[in-house]
Design a protein around this ligand. Structure first.
Ligand code: G3I
Length: 393
């Protein structure tokens, strides 16, 4: 304090103030270890814990994971998530490959795992135009099945699958990807052979099979204003018919340039305005360039030849790209937190980067980094960015 007294010999209040300031600072320094320890204890180390007061957080799991071939991934699943989705094993071609034959092995195992670990199970998916065996749409002569035949097959499939898991699968994506990018109904065998009411029928059958299950419509690119309008119209029409529809699943499948965050938020608001819940059902964020700047969302029929130019990070992700992704993920989560009253769950489409379908689409053999956990199941910097938002709403 001597130097202060020298500088301000006549002003003892300055020295008093300085000594008060120094005592406070000293107190901070001495107490710092306790403060840091408390901070570490309080910092969530899992996604489920970080957002426990906001929404469920989950992942899609593959057949090999479900069947115990990747125990490290399933340990991580238990640690990080409180809801699961079958990435493939509940799809029609997997669970009901032949008319008189169901294959329950993997789906039953997933249900058992979810129950044993007290996790919410989201059913994916009942009526889709992909991954449906050919026999479903054909009659005995190989001609397109009639409306009546196709409806009866849809009813029987839904009753059997939803009925088997009544009370164990808490929600079902009843109809998937029924819309074109402009919001009109997609031309599929379901639409061609049954008519536009195939959607209402699917929801009716599902509700009857499990009146307690949450039922929703699921699609990609629902941030696009035209497609958003198409989905909203669909929901309104079902509501007018007094059909039970509880939510809309916005798949996700985003990139570094799309969507615009305002479009994403506008869709959440628009769907919430219909009185239904919003689920983010298949979240991932590719860091790779898209050929021709095209944006197919998640159309799995797109299959391009591998080209090095579109696989720039085969040897690792540059920190500046990782940062760009982390910023966008944080922005997405900030928006979701702002709408946590209407968002029921957020599910990542895969457990770690190595599992993601994005490594194989729209061309196979690429190295993408779309999730929050790396190929060795370790949290990436983006993970900490996201869990760091907890409590920051
Ligand atoms: O199970 C067979 C295996 O027996 C065979 O040896 C192998 C040979 O290719 O194929 C295996 O099936 C693959 C299946 O994934 C399981 O790994 C299919 O070929 C492959 O097309 C299928 O891809 C899935 C795709 O949907 C089509 O069903 C992806 O894993 C899955 O991530 C993706 O998920 C979809 C959602 O269901 C709906 N929204 C879009 C999303 C991304 O496309």
């Amino acid at each position: 304090m001597t130097f202060l007294n020298d500088l301000y010999p006549e002003n003892s209040s300055v020295t008093q103030l300085f000594s008060i300031f120094m005592s406070i600072m000293l107190g901070f320094v001495l107490n710092a270890p306790d403060v840091r320890a408390a901070g570490v204890d309080a910092a969530p180390d899992s996604l489920k814990q970080a957002f426990v007061d906001d929404f469920l957080v989950g992942a899609a799991v593959s057949r090999s994971q479900i069947m115990g071939e990747d125990p490290a991934a399933m340990d991580l699943v238990k640690q990080q998530f409180n809801t699961l989705t079958a990435e493939n094993v509940m799809k029609w071609e997997k669970i009901h490959p032949l008319e008189d034959q169901y294959d329950w092995e993997a789906a039953d195992a997933l249900v058992a795992f979810s129950q044993a670990n007290d996790m919410y199970l989201a059913g994916h998916v009942l009526v889709w135009h992909q991954q449906v065996p050919d026999w479903v749409f054909k009659d005995a002569d190989g001609n397109p099945a009639s409306r009546e035949l196709l409806l009866s097959r849809m009813k029987s499939h839904i009753e059997t699958v939803v009925g088997r898991y009544q009370g164990k699968v808490q929600s079902w994506e009843v109809v998937n990807e029924a819309l074109n990018e402009d919001g009109s109904l997609r031309q599929t065998p379901w639409l061609d052979q049954i008519g536009a009411d195939y959607i209402a029928k699917a929801f009716e059958f599902a509700h009857r099979a499990d009146p307690g299950a949450k039922l929703y419509y699921n699609d990609f690119n629902l941030y696009k204003p035209e497609k958003r309008a198409g989905a909203a119209l669909l929901v309104r029409q079902l509501q007018e018919m007094a059909i039970d529809i509880h939510g809309i699943g916005m798949q996700g499948h985003y990139g570094l340039d799309n969507p615009q965050m305002s479009d994403f938020e506008d869709s959440i608001k628009a769907f919430a305005g219909l009185g239904v819940e919003v689920y983010i059902t298949e979240l991932d964020m590719s860091v790779l360039p898209f050929p021709d700047q095209a944006d197919w969302g998640a159309d799995i029929t797109v299959n391009l030849e591998l080209n090095k130019q579109y696989n720039p990070y085969a040897d690792g992700l540059p920190p500046e790209v990782a940062k760009q992704q982390a910023d966008r993920y944080a922005e997405l989560f900030r928006i979701m937190l702002a709408h946590r009253d209407v968002i029921g769950r957020v599910t990542f489409w895969g457990v770690n980067d190595g599992h993601s379908w994005k490594n194989g689409w729209p061309m196979s053999g690429r190295t993408d980094y779309p999730l929050l956990l790396d190929r060795d199941n370790r949290p990436k910097p983006v993970f900490y960015e996201v869990v760091g938002l907890a409590g920051n709403r």
